[in-house]
Ligand binder design. Structure first.
Ligand SMILES: Cc1cc2nc3c(=O)[nH]c(=O)nc-3n(C[C@H](O)[C@H](O)[C@H](O)COP(=O)(O)OP(=O)(O)OC[C@H]3O[C@@H](n4cnc5c(N)ncnc54)[C@H](O)[C@@H]3O)c2cc1C
Length: 408
């Protein structure tokens, strides 16, 4: 019997889910009608490009049209889902059309946090191609950019703006860059790269308000009484999962849509995947990850489980960022470790392994992407490793995987 699978959100999780279902249908493993709905008509595009190469491109890129139908997917672009009626298994779209479903997958991602001070709405945010297009145009006017927040989005924007020749100041409430995901030594290195490229930082700086002057310049008022005048403001101060639709339908919410290991929500027939979810992480505790790889893999995994197909998902957390000409990749939990080993140049290309009781639990690679695979395998293996071997530059990390556990 053909079952209708409706997916709301065609971002990285939703698109991967739709493709996985289409693959299963093509192979004969599933009889399914696959419907993908997104409020954004311009998808698909790679969201990570929005703060990187799309901002610095001479002409703002147009996303290439995609032939969803050829892949067996019915795409409803530019249609927001307004309501879920779980009792009758229907989704109500903007304009009133109803879509019945046998299984529903929610992949709505989330929204960038707005600066919650008077005048804060003057800040650009970055989530969609439309946001990036607006910022692309604004950056071309040059001048002084103030970035609020020294996280990934803020720092990538700072990097792109320096490439375009703008003066850049980053205002950060904390004491170092990317403090939630990087150990202090990597924050320091990254900050020094930004400073070498001309970015200025204000740390420990709270904002009390933003005013727009008659000449169009914006003035940011800081808690210490000082002010900063800028031509353009960007806020990269965090993300909130989009839980509105799910909450209104009675699904359990805990900062995100709560799902089990198969992506099941608390309401039968409804699943969720990607940035919007809170799922059982590697330790079993509820976890929420906002990364490209997780969104894609989680989407594909949940799609398979939703279709009753076998699938396991035991991920090692991974993300990358590109800033000031360096590629930084982060694996696992480098902040939770008691010990570390440096392989490479302390000021440049390097892999830092973070250890707990002889086991690698996290790593940071700077311009050393080739180490990502072997280090992921070492984290997954849980092997206790001899520190001397890890420190020895002549020992290839992949050879340690081949030897399996090397006991201290
Ligand atoms: C600027 C930027 C740079 C990034 N850079 C990196 C990076 O370098 N490395 C990395 O690992 N990750 C990066 N990420 C994070 C990564 O892009 C996200 O983790 C990923 O996009 C999450 O996928 P998702 O499908 O869960 O959500 P999204 O990709 O956000 O997709 C959600 C979709 O749901 C749609 N939607 C929401 N509500 C409705 C509704 N009611 N009806 C219909 N449609 C709806 C939205 O329009 C959206 O298209 C970046 C993100 C941004 C914004």
């Amino acid at each position: 019997m053909t079952r209708r699978h409706v997916i709301i959100g065609a971002g990285h999780a939703g698109a991967a889910a739709a493709q996985e279902l289409a693959k299963a249908a093509k192979s004969g493993a599933l009889e399914a009608e696959i419907i993908l709905v997104d409020a954004d008509a311009g998808l698909p595009y790679e969201r990570p490009s929005l703060s990187k190469e799309w901002l610095t491109a001479d002409t703002f890129p147009e996303s290439a049209p995609h032939d969803w139908a050829a892949g067996g997917i019915a795409f409803h672009g530019g249609r927001a889902a307004e309501r879920i009626e779980a009792g009758s298994r229907e989704v109500v779209l903007e304009g009133g059309d109803r879509l019945g479903y046998d299984r529903l997958l929610l992949c709505p991602g989330g929204m960038p946090r707005q600066l919650a001070v008077p005048g804060g709405e003057a800040c650009h945010v970055l989530r969609t191609a439309a946001d990036s297009r607006l910022l692309h145009a604004a950056l071309r006017k040059g001048g002084h950019l103030a970035v609020i927040g020294a996280g990934v989005i803020g720092l990538e924007t700072a990097s792109s703006a320096r490439k375009l020749g703008l003066e850049v100041t980053v205002i950060e409430a904390g004491e170092r860059v990317m403090a939630r995901s990087l150990p202090p030594e990597i924050s320091a290195l990254l900050q020094s790269r930004h400073e070498a490229a001309g970015v200025k930082f204000l740390f420990g700086a709270g904002i009390t308000g933003v005013t727009t002057r008659a000449d169009g310049r914006q003035v940011v008022a800081l808690k210490d009484g000082s002010v900063l005048a800028a031509d353009l403001l960007v806020a990269g101060i965090g993300f909130d999962a989009d839980t509105a639709l799910a909450a209104a339908a009675g699904l359990e919410i805990d900062r995100g849509i709560v799902v089990d290991g198969d992506g099941r929500t608390s309401v039968p027939g409804i699943y969720a995947a990607g940035d919007a979810t809170v799922f059982p992480g590697p330790s079993g505790a509820r976890q929420s990850w906002q990364t490209w790889q997780h969104a894609r893999r989680h989407g594909a995994h949940v799609a398979r489980r939703m279709a009753g197909l076998p699938s396991d998902y035991a991920p090692v957390h991974w993300f990358w960022t590109d800033q000031q000409g360096i590629n930084l990749q982060v694996l696992g939990d480098p902040l939770g470790a008691g010990d570390s080993v440096l392989r490479g140049d302390p000021e440049g290309a390097q892999t830092r392994l973070y250890l707990e009781e002889g086991r690698i639990i996290g790593a940071v690679m700077i311009d050393q992407g080739r180490d990502t695979r072997p280090v992921t395998a070492l984290i997954e293996s849980g092997a206790v490793l001899e520190k001397g071997l890890l420190q020895d530059p002549s020992v290839q990390l992949r050879s340690l995987n081949a030897r399996k556990a090397v006991h201290a």
